[in-house]
Write a protein that binds this ligand. Structure first.
Ligand SMILES: Nc1nc2c(c(=O)[nH]1)N[C@H]1C(S)=C(S)[C@@H](COP(=O)(O)OP(=O)(O)OC[C@H]3O[C@@H](n4cnc5c(N)ncnc54)[C@H](O)[C@@H]3O)O[C@H]1N2
Ligand code: MOO
Length: 416
């Protein structure tokens, strides 16, 4: 039996980012850049005004006050998007709007609030400094500058910047295709007739959802029955995926055949059984360099094993550098006993309380009870060596719900 951390080390050491592909910048959202983005142009492309006002010579504005205004001739109007036709001379001003290019001659912009226009003239009631209210060409981005380094996760700001730089396609890391095989004679699909002898194949759906949630591409292979022929018929075509997952059939029962079958198709098994609960009977191996995971069949075991081992693998393949969930410290509000040789992942609901957090176990912790997973936003990690934990003690919680910290003001949640 391998320890959780050792298992993770073995798996991640032999996992590498996939190649890259070109996608449209909006499709790059949430993905990892495979190239650095360099500026092929200046932003802004030329000096422009940051205020609605008048482009002037700074020297002309000296000493202007509401009681001793300076009067200038207005020579033209420069709305944003237009090209100035004349240079601004001494004693002259050009009316200019935010974003419009600064005309020749002018070296400052005075904002409208500090002026009074009368006909073809303008009175300045304040002075300006050289360069005031002018955004310089290249002030945001210089030509040739590395604006976004390779390895960055693309967010809306990066999408906007790439658009500003005229880059419509960009290189990102590929998304792995992940095959999912459910195993078990007792399984029925969602739409099959209801029978008390059958269990709905929910694992294929929770796993597929977890794969999608990571940004990877699921490939549902359906249900394999507990016989070698059917298992081989599902595993063989699954090997074209980048990662292969199965659920069930990895324990010690008479029909737990997954280990034998994946060995038969050529998998080098690296470990079977991890010192954890839930998820102990996990089997892991490599086939043609690809990872293959035989996840335990209990619905919670499947999901928790995915969280601990498969999710980091998929993220690493997609070029991500942050492979793990956020953890936080919380006060556990219920005492628990455990087997000291195993690491426990306890389903909890974490809430803010004062400056800190509290964690409440979400009910029955048996590996078949999916409802306590539905109610959980975190997994409290009770480490190996610990025998029991009392209410009021501090625990580390792995947050499996990213939206957790969105503690919205309750009045925003009121319904109409
Ligand atoms: N004698 C022993 N028995 C068991 C041990 C053990 O050490 N000794 N370990 C237990 C633990 S821990 C787990 S976890 C399970 C895992 O066993 P398998 O991976 O072989 O899973 P199955 O036996 O096939 O199924 C377990 C359970 O989960 C339900 N299941 C299976 N697949 C699905 C699915 N796709 N969707 C929904 N539910 C599914 C299945 O009906 C069973 O109830 O073994 C223990 N036994
Ligand atoms: O590991 Mo099993 O997953 O405890 O039920």
């Amino acid at each position: 039996m391998i320890q959780v951390e050792d298992a993770l080390n073995v798996i991640l050491k032999e996992t590498f980012p996939l190649g890259t592909e070109k996608v449209a910048i909006l499709d790059a959202l949430g993905r990892v850049l495979g190239e650095s983005i360099f500026a092929g142009r200046l932003i802004p492309p030329r000096d422009n005004s940051s205020m609605d006002g008048y482009a002037v010579h700074e020297a002309d504005t000296k000493g202007a006050t509401p009681f001793h205004p300076v009067i200038l001739d207005v020579i033209e109007d420069i709305p944003a998007g237009s090209i100035p036709r004349q240079a601004v001379g001494i004693g002259q001003a050009a009316r200019i709007m935010t974003g419009a290019p600064i005309p020749e001659g002018a070296d400052a912009v005075i904002k409208i609030e500090d002026t009074r226009q009368s006909g073809k003239r303008v009175e300045l009631t304040a002075s300006v400094k050289k360069g005031e209210n002018i955004r310089r060409a290249g002030g945001d981005v210089r030509e040739g500058e590395e604006v976004i380094p390779a390895g960055t996760v693309v967010r809306p700001a990066e999408v906007g910047m790439m658009a500003a730089l005229g880059k419509s396609f960009v290189s990102v890391y590929q998304r792995p295709v992940v095959a999912v095989i459910a195993t078990g004679d007792e399984l029925a699909d969602i739409d099959d007739p209801v029978s008390s002898w059958k269990i709905v194949n929910s694992n294929a759906y929770s796993l597929t959802a977890q794969i999608l949630d990571c940004g990877a591409i699921p490939l549902q292979m359906g249900i394999a029955r507990d016989n070698p022929e059917d298992l081989l018929a599902k595993f063989r075509p699954a090997l074209r995926a980048d990662v292969i997952l199965s659920s069930g059939g990895v324990s010690v029962g008479d029909y737990d055949l997954v280990k034998d079958i994946i060995t038969e198709v050529g998998t080098a098994i690296e470990f079977w059984r991890v010192a954890m609960k839930p998820g102990k009977p996990l089997v892991y191996g490599r086939i043609g360099g690809k990872p293959i995971f035989g996840l335990p069949g209990n619905p919670v075991s499947t999901m928790v094993s995915f969280e601990q081992f498969v999710r980091p693998v998929l993220l690493k393949m997609m070029g991500q550098r942050c492979l793990f969930r956020r953890t936080l410290q919380a006060i556990l509000l219920e005492g628990l006993e455990k087997q000291p040789e195993l690491t426990y992942f306890v389903r909890v609901q974490v809430k803010r309380e004062g400056d800190g957090y509290v964690a409440v176990p979400t009910g029955e912790q048996s590996s078949g009870v999916l409802k306590s997973m539905v109610r959980a936003n975190g997994l409290a990690i009770l480490p190996k060596g610990m025998q029991k934990i009392s209410s009021g003690e501090r625990v580390t919680v792995q947050m499996i719900d990213d939206s957790f910290n969105m503690t919205l003001n309750p009045e925003y949640l009121e319904e109409r």
